[in-house]
Design a protein around this ligand. Sequence first.
Ligand code: HEM
Length: 415
Amino acid sequence: MAKFEKAFPFSKKWLDDRIALSTLERVLATEYWIPKNINFLWAMGMVLAVTFGILLISGIFLLMYYKPDVNMAFDSVNYTIMREVQYGWLWRHMHGVAASVVFLIIYIHMFTGIYYGSYKKGRELIWISGMILFITFSAEAFSGYLLPWGQMSYWAGMVITNLFEGFSKDILNGALNFPGLVEWIRGDYAPGDAMLTRFFMLHVLLMPLIIIGAIVFHFGTLRIPHVNNQDGEEIDFEAESKKYLAGDTKGAKVIRFKWDFLSKDIFVLGVFLTFYFYLVFYHYEFAMDPVNFDPADGLKTPPHIYPEWYFLWSYEILRPFPKDPGLVAFGFAQVIFLLLPFLDRSPVVAPASRRGLFKYWFWILLVDMIVLTVMGKLPPEGIFNTIGTVAAVVFIALWILLPFITMFEKEKKDK
Ligand code: HEM
């Protein structure tokens, strides 16, 4: 048995003897090496982790008064939490605004990764675990949107569950047809109590558990390849950390995570939280759809059904096409980002500005997704429909072209 020295309970020494606290701190923080040449965009991961923490804590407070029952859900949110419970409105605003801005930060974080090529050469699993997080966050956001059981909750639930039927019946000549799939998902013929209760379970238990597991996995995938840097430089972390530990902190290309980089993370976090609480107190309405302040009514379809802003780009890829090609295009948009490390055929890890045609590919993709987002919110009529269709075709064409333009880039570099 290990030898335990007598020490005051819960002192550092006492904890070290029992759970090797100092070793843990060294491996995860003080000797976790970060490149020097990175900018504020590398703080977004930490901002995401903290925003997820805010969602968990505010969600726990909302859970104390929310009722997952079609007859009570709407009032428990709009009356009990918003008016009766002290500061209930604050937790709701914090939860709603965090659910919306978390996607803004996720998109910034993803596009930073794309811009700097942080999904290549040993970093493929970082990207894939990130995409697992994107998909699970999307499922978490969608299931949460149903919970207030307002008009948009009901009709968004109707549209999205119908998509599963479309996929199973119409794609691959019905090879995946599973009669009764929608009823199985809903637990009923139409969205109702069974559906609300199971989406409640997904939202408060299953999805958060998967997200926590995926965050741990995402952090784990970062440990060996380390984070990329602004130049895509391949740093010898072992040699550079030795230099740092030998006292050459100026010459070394790396710094410690704690406190060297963490202090910068905390600064960026402070700026983000100022912006976030400004939205919570003064502009929370942007995260709440006015139509969802009407209780769900299965007999009254809203004139224009649309998802939250962060799903609009993929919704707009579905909408302009006839039903079957639309479903194929939508399915394509959902999985294609996952394949990025394998579709980009160039081994060059560098910022997009230094990567030939990829530079144009990156900026066109970004602008195209913004156009799709704007068009997704507008009614699919006249000029809006034309612009939406063109933007959807451009999105698909860009991804089909990616392997070819990056293959060409490789040849240019090799010559
Ligand atoms: C939503 C939860 C997420 C959390 C908490 C999270 C957290 C982090 C953290 C802390 C880092 C290291 C520091 C940094 O580069 O910011 C990181 C890096 C990274 N993440 Fe995420 N992330 C999340 C989602 C995603 C998503 C959706 C993607 C896109 C697929 C992604 C892709 C990446 C990549 C490629 C890196 C490496 C960056 C580099 O090497 O320079 N992450 N993430």
